[in-house]
Design a protein around this ligand. Structure first.
Ligand code: NAP
Length: 319
């Protein structure tokens, strides 16, 4: 068997994404020793019970001591605090990455808090579910999914080698890796992920508030469309509060455009402009077909409904 890409990996914050990174990395043989730091006593208990890591602590510096790779998998607004706590434990030449859903704000937090001897390579796996916590993690989460890396604007050889190794790491976990400018990432994700979540939170909130529509009726008659919104609107409140606060400018930009288009639709309905509605709905149907053709139609292709959570596959660490 080949030597692992990173002899020691530290994961700071081990919920859905952190646990999935560990399970996938171990299954791929991409890491040796795994240390976890998590501030939640409940999460730490579960991580130990699931056998996810070689060591589990609340002391972030201790977990990061001598690590070759540190993965920050905490909510976006907690990145600065987590990085400050990790700094005293870091060895020179360590690769630092994260999985946060917003990139410019996280890069700023990491570069401020961490020493220049660390190779900071922000990242974002475009994969997830509406679940949280270590029990929700599963090894296949990143398979056939994009991982976007937003490297710093430096091109020295050691840094480029670190980017290459991190690319090899995510590839070993089954992902397709793309390098992107952080601002472009934040704008694209504002449109494809953040705005849809905002719409879901809003529509479910509106339905719950509507007078005359009882909670029971909302549940009873919720057809496919609304049910899908309720699934998205069940996503972690802390994570999503942080995403909107940290990606404020890009979200407001796409929200402005969205509101204009919604007004145009409302006018088309008012004036019975059926052709306009039909044209739009035909165009969007084509977009959906394109997504299916690209194999990106579910949160985890082939594992969507019956993926095994970490609690059922804790034995993976011995493979
Ligand atoms: P999660 O399941 O809520 O897990 C986060 C864990 O980090 C929790 O146990 C939390 O403890 C702990 N934590 C918070 N602050 C910490 C700190 N300063 N130091 C150490 N541990 C800390 O979250 P997740 O869904 O895995 O999301 C993690 C990151 O992945 C977020 O940045 C999110 O934007 C990104 N992401 C998520 C998804 C998704 O679908 N969920 C997809 C792609 C990317 P407490 O519960 O006590 O706060």
């Amino acid at each position: 068997m080949n030597a692992p890409l990173y002899p020691k990996m530290a994961v700071v914050g081990c919920g859905l994404i952190g646990a999935s990174v560990i399970l996938a990395a171990r299954a791929a043989g991409a890491v040796g020793n795994v240390a976890v730091a998590d501030l939640s006593p409940t999460a730490r208990e579960r991580i130990i019970a699931l056998g996810l890591a070689d060591s589990v602590t609340a002391d972030t510096a201790e977990a990061c001591q001598d690590a070759d790779l540190v993965v920050f998998a905490v909510p976006v607004m907690a990145m600065a605090q987590a990085a400050l706590a990790a700094a005293p434990g870091l060895k020179s030449g360590v690769t630092i990455t994260d999985v946060g859903s917003v990139k410019a704000a996280v890069r700023e937090a990491l570069t401020k808090a961490l020493p220049e001897t660390a190779f900071i390579i922000p990242g974002h796996p475009i994969a997830g579910t509406e679940q949280s916590g270590p029990d929700a993690g599963f090894a296949e989460l990143f398979q056939h999914r994009w991982v976007i890396l937003t490297p710093l604007t430096r091109s020295d050889t050691p840094y480029m080698a670190a980017v290459e190794r991190l690319t090899a790491f995510w590839t070993a976990l089954g992902s397709n890796v793309e390098l992107m400018d952080e601002k472009h990432h934040d704008l694209v994700l504002a449109l494809t992920s953040h705005l849809p979540h905002l719409i879901a939170y809003n529509i479910v909130g509106t339905a719950a508030d509507l007078e005359g529509v009882t909670r029971g009726e909302v549940m009873k008659y919720s057809a496919g469309g609304f049910r899908d919104f309720t699934r998205i609107a069940a996503s972690d409140p802390t994570m999503w509060r942080d995403v909107f606060l940290a990606n404020k400018d890009a979200v407001l930009e796409v929200l402005g455009r969205f509101t204009e288009d919604l007004q145009a639709l409302s006018r088309a309905i008012r004036w019975a402009e059926g052709d306009k509605l039909f044209d739009l709905f035909s165009r969007t149907r084509e977009i959906r077909r394109g997504i299916i053709a690209a194999g990106q139609e579910s949160a985890a292709p082939n594992f969507g409904r019956d993926h095994r959570p970490a609690s059922e596959i804790s034995d993976i660490k011995s493979q």
